[in-house]
Design a binder for this molecule. Structure first.
Ligand SMILES: NC(=O)c1ccc[n+]([C@@H]2O[C@H](COP(=O)([O-])OP(=O)(O)OC[C@H]3O[C@@H](n4cnc5c(N)ncnc54)[C@H](O)[C@@H]3O)[C@@H](O)[C@H]2O)c1
Ligand SMILES: O=C(O)[C@H](O)CO
Length: 327
């Protein structure tokens, strides 16, 4: 019996768990050894001759990368649910399947959005800094007064898997009233969470807490700009666990400085990493985390399994376990 053909795979970072072992047993796998991503030039060099790529959200997989890989490239498996780093049009034109890792990270990411919302609303970054830096003078009745979510209005922008998981937590736990935007009203959200599908302007005006859960694409880039901040309440808290580019960051800096909104909690920024000298970093009522939404042991192991399954399916010309539609 002939051995199945071993294919060439490039994996752009070491990933948690044992899933890669399955790939290595069947194929010739090369894994980028560093903790920092390959540069665009290094990526072009490393993909040459590959049949499959297992990529991270920080790798830009555009036409030049697909071309550098060669016409035998069958599959790009992204280790993320978001796939804004991949040129889907170029993939479709070249007959390359694209995979992602949905669902298994929804709970972890929704939990982090809750964390950001509560921590930003209670001014945790500044409170913590006061203790660490020896600026905590005394217990005082009127400093570091935050805002409470209970019974207030929550605006969820993008009612997909994570948006809904987050809304369940905030409506169930804090009795929040729910407004949301999405391409269409969601009957299950309206019925189970008392949600109301609204236009974005109404959501921006009425919400006390706003959380972003849309995918990044041409329609959502800078969706939250200076005009949007101008519509928000001065007591509003905004949370972003989606993608940094959905917020116009200069407008966010102005909105915080001018007290147009109360606070912000960000897991995602532009660029990533955000330089420590960036004006957002110095603002006491902005909490910034290093893109850790899916960073739990459970989620990342499950993402590894799906990402490897996606590569294996793509190499055998089968539908992927989680396939991004290209049409
Ligand atoms: N911080 C993190 O670590 C982390 C982890 C997971 C996901 N994410 C981000 O969260 C996003 C959402 O993940 P998900 O699993 O909920 O995806 P999803 O596809 O289930 O939800 C995204 C929602 O955005 C909506 N949407 C997309 N484009 C839109 C547009 N132009 N106008 C209106 N609505 C639009 C879709 O209809 C969908 O309901 C991902 O795309 C990713 O960018 C971040
Ligand atoms: O899109 C995603 O999956 C996140 O940004 C990282 O898990």
């Amino acid at each position: 019996m002939t051995e199945p053909t071993r294919r060439r795979i490039f994996v752009t970072r070491q990933i948690p768990g044992a899933a890669l072992d399955r790939l290595c047993q069947l194929h010739d796998v090369s894994i980028w050894p560093d903790r920092v991503p390959p540069t665009p030039t290094e990526l072009l060099e490393r993909v040459a001759g590959c049949d499959g790529l297992l990529t991270m959200l920080s790798d830009r997989i555009d036409e030049s990368v697909m071309k550098a890989a060669g016409p035998q490239l069958k599959v790009v498996s992204n280790y993320a649910v978001g796939y804004n780093n991949i040129d889907l049009v170029a993939a479709r034109e070249r007959g390359i399947r694209v995979g992602n890792t949905p669902d298994v990270l929804s709970a972890a990411t929704a939990d982090l959005a809750v964390t950001l919302l509560l921590a930003a609303a209670r001014l945790v970054p500044e409170a913590s800094a006061q203790v660490r830096e020896g600026r905590w003078g005394a217990w005082e009745p009127d400093v570091l007064l935050g805002v409470e979510p209970a019974g207030r209005t929550l605006g969820v922008i993008g009612m997909g898997r994570i948006g809904k998981t987050f809304a369940e937590r905030m409506v169930g736990g804090w009795g929040m009233k729910l407004l949301y935007t999405s391409r269409a009203a969601k009957q299950d959200v309206d019925e189970s969470l008392g949600g109301r599908h609204v236009e974005i302007d109404e959501l921006l005006r009425e919400s006390d807490f706003i959380s972003l859960h849309v995918a990044l694409n041409d329609e959502t880039r800078h969706l939250i700009d200076a005009d949007a901040f101008a519509k928000m309440k001065s007591t509003a808290v905004i949370v972003n666990t989606a993608r940094g580019e959905i917020i116009d960051q200069e407008a966010l800096v102005d909105a915080i400085r001018n007290k147009q909104i109360f606070a912000a909690g960000l897991d995602v920024t532009t660029p990533e990493p955000l330089p420590p000298t960036h004006p957002l970093v110095g603002l006491p009522n902005v909490l910034i985390l290093p893109h850790i939404g899916s960073a739990t042991d459970t989620s990342r192991h499950a993402m590894s399994e799906i990402a490897v399954d996606n590569v294996l399916a793509g190499l055998s010309d089968s539908p992927l376990r989680c396939e991004v539609p290209l049409a």
